[in-house]
Write a protein that binds this ligand. Structure first.
Ligand SMILES: Nc1nc2c(ncn2[C@@H]2O[C@H](COP(=O)(O)OP(=O)(O)O)[C@@H](O)[C@H]2O)c(=O)[nH]1
Ligand SMILES: [Mg+2]
Ligand SMILES: [Zn+2]
Length: 309
C-alpha cells in the first residue's frame, strides 16, 4: 500500500497511534524504524509527523512506521527513573500552558516556576491559566500573581466547569499547545470546554502523583484550528539538560539583578556580592520567587546526587 503522512497522537504500550487521513492507525514501535537517540527511550513522541505504510488486514487499522520528520519545538523533562534519559512529553509544540488551581495556587507555585523555567529553557511560549476561579478570590489571586504579571507573562483566569475561558477559546488556532500542571487542576476539563464534543474523562485525581502508567498518557487533540496536548499531572518536572549554575538564566525577572553579581557563575545562595540577594532584600525582587528558586536548586542538586549510578 502507499505511504501516508500522519501525526502521532498518543503512545500506548508498544504502539504509537497515528492519525492519517481521518483514520487512526496502530503502529508497532519495534519495527523497521531506527532507534532514536540513546537519550530517548522511544523513537517517536506525541506530536511527531511521520510517514507510515498501512498493513492490509481486517481488524483495527495497522501500519508500519517508516520515518519521523524533523521536529520543531520539544517539551521534555528528565526521566523520573533515570535522570540520564530524556523523557519527551510532546514535540512540534510552541506553547506551554501551565494550569494551576485558584483554590490551591500558593502551594502550586513551585510547579508553576519549574514549568515556567522549562518553557524558557525549551523556547516555548508560556501561558499561565488560573482555573477554578469560582473557588478563589480574585484580589488574593492578583496579589499572589503580582511577580508573574510584572514579568509580562500571559495570564488567563478561567472556570472550566462554567465554560468561562477568558479568551482562550481561539488562543490556540495555528498553535500546538501542551497543557501541563498538577493533577486535578482542570487541564482535561479546560480541553473539554475548549472543544465541546470531545467528552474526555475528568476527575481522576491520582494521589500517587505520577506512576509509571501515566508517563505515556499525553494525548494530542485537534482544537479550533490548532492542536493541544493534554498531559497527566506533572508535579516533579525535573530538568534534563540544565547545568544548575545556569538555572537562574531562565528566570527573566532575575535578569537585571544578576548583572550586579560579582561572579558570573553566581548561584545566588551564599556567594558574596550577589545582586539577586541584594534585590530581594531591597524588595525589588519577589522573595517567594527567590525562595522557590533556592528550593528547586536544592531539589535538583539532591536528584543529581541520588541518580542511578
Ligand atoms: N470548581 C471547579 N471545579 C473544576 C473546574 N475545572 C475542573 N474542575 C474539577 O476538578 C476536577 C479535576 O479536573 P480534571 O479536568 O480531571 O483535572 P486534570 O487532572 O488537571 O485534568 C474534576 O472534578 C473537575 O470537575 C473549575 O473551573 N471549577
Ligand atoms: Mg486530566
Ligand atoms: Zn548572585
Amino acid at each position: 500500500m502507499n505511504a501516508l503522512s500522519g501525526l502521532v497522537t498518543r503512545l500506548h504500550g508498544q504502539h504509537a497511534y497515528v492519525q492519517a487521513g481521518g483514520v487512526e492507525y496502530r503502529c508497532p514501535l519495534r519495527g523497521r524504524l531506527k532507534k532514536g537517540p540513546r537519550r530517548d527511550r522511544s523513537p517517536v513522541a506525541v506530536g511527531d509527523r511521520v510517514t507510515i505504510t498501512p498493513i492490509a488486514g481486517d481488524g483495527e487499522p495497522e501500519a508500519a512506521l517508516e520515518q519521523v520528520h524533523p521536529r520543531k519545538g520539544e517539551l521534555y523533562r528528565s526521566h523520573p527513573r533515570d535522570r540520564r534519559l530524556r523523557q519527551l512529553i510532546a514535540v512540534n509544540v510552541d506553547t506551554l500552558v501551565i494550569v494551576a488551581g485558584a483554590d490551591r495556587l500558593a502551594e502550586q507555585l513551585t510547579t508553576v516556576d519549574r514549568l515556567l523555567a522549562s518553557a524558557h529553557l525549551q523556547s516555548l511560549t508560556p501561558v499561565l491559566v488560573i482555573n477554578k476561579c469560582d473557588l478563589g478570590d480574585r484580589a488574593t489571586l492578583d496579589e499572589t500573581l503580582r511577580p508573574y504579571a510584572a514579568m509580562n507573562l500571559e495570564i488567563h483566569f478561567t472556570c472550566a466547569t462554567r465554560g468561562e475561558l477568558d479568551g482562550l477559546g481561539s488562543r490556540f488556532a495555528g498553535h500546538t499547545a501542551v497543557f501541563a500542571g498538577q493533577s486535578g487542576t482542570g487541564k482535561t476539563s479546560l480541553v473539554n470546554a475548549l472543544q465541546p464534543g470531545l467528552n474526555l474523562r475528568t476527575g481522576d485525581v491520582d494521589r500517587d502523583g505520577e506512576g509509571r502508567h501515566t508517563t505515556t498518557a499525553a494525548t494530542l487533540l485537534p482544537l479550533a484550528g490548532g492542536h493541544v496536548v493534554d498531559t497527566p499531572g506533572v508535579r516533579d518536572f525535573g530538568f534534563y539538560d540544565l547545568n544548575l549554575a545556569d538555572l537562574s538564566l531562565v528566570y527573566p525577572d532575575f535578569a537585571q539583578a544578576r548583572r550586579q553579581c560579582r561572579f558570573a557563575t553566581c548561584t545566588h545562595r551564599h556567594e558574596p556580592h550577589c545582586g539577586v540577594k541584594a534585590a530581594v532584600e531591597r524588595g525589588e525582587l519577589d522573595r517567594g520567587r527567590y525562595e522557590r528558586y533556592l528550593g528547586i536548586l536544592r531539589e535538583e542538586w539532591n536528584a543529581e546526587q541520588n541518580r542511578a549510578p
